[in-house]
Design a protein around this ligand. Structure first.
Ligand SMILES: [Mg+2]
Length: 196
């Protein structure tokens, strides 16, 4: 028999805001590149993209693959303590859990950050049931999420998805014909229902 209902939440910029951590990580990477002996054209482009990251709190599209995992490792490990909780959402989830729903954290940040991810959830006393993270980064984030949601939709009678990226929600809606999923776009404390 299918289990009743699960809330499925993204982690970064949905449950926890990572902007401050990413800015600190980007500053560190600038120092590393500037401290290097010789700089390639690619390094200059990365420096430029890191300036954008520092200004906007997120890396621009086309950010260097070579430096990407270093940027996120610094942000999620060294600066994990700088991630700030989305308190209204955490409060809402804990209330929903008391009513018998399950909570699944679905994040593309990767298995390599499981320890830091669970530490933050525990620190803010969020009573999740499980944390799903990809083993590798072969699939695009939205493709991996779609596969996981497909699996969950077979396991649960009803799913409620929370995510900060509207393009991820649209991708899942367009590729998964299912009437047992509700989608909510999270923009800090503002939560908007996205319809099919
Ligand atoms: Mg996110």
């Amino acid at each position: 028999m299918k289990k009743l209902s699960a809330l499925v939440s993204d982690f970064d910029d949905t449950l926890f805001f990572n902007k401050t951590a990413l800015v600190s990580a980007a500053k560190d990477l600038c120092d590393i590149i500037l401290g290097g002996e010789k700089r390639s054209d690619e390094d200059y482009k990365t420096l430029n993209d890191l300036e954008i990251t520092i200004g906007e709190g997120k890396p621009p599209k086309g950010f260097s693959k070579k430096w990407k995992s270093q940027l996120y490792t610094l942000a999620y490990v060294k600066y994990s303590g700088k991630l700030l909780p989305n308190e209204p959402l955490i409060k809402y989830f804990n209330g929903a859990l008391n009513e018998g729903n399950e909570l699944i954290i679905l994040s593309a940040r990767g298995e390599e950050f499981r320890k830091q991810t669970e530490e933050l959830l525990n620190l803010y006393e969020l009573k999740y049931n499980k944390v799903l993270l990809p083993e590798n980064h072969e699939l695009k984030d939205e493709e991996w999420k779609l596969l996981e949601i497909k699996k969950l939709s077979k396991e649960y009678a009803h799913l409620v998805l929370f995510e900060d990226k509207e393009e991820n929600i649209r991708y899942i809606i367009n590729n998964l014909k299912s009437n047992n999923i509700e989608f909510y776009l999270v923009n800090k404390a503002i939560i908007t229902c996205i319809n099919y």
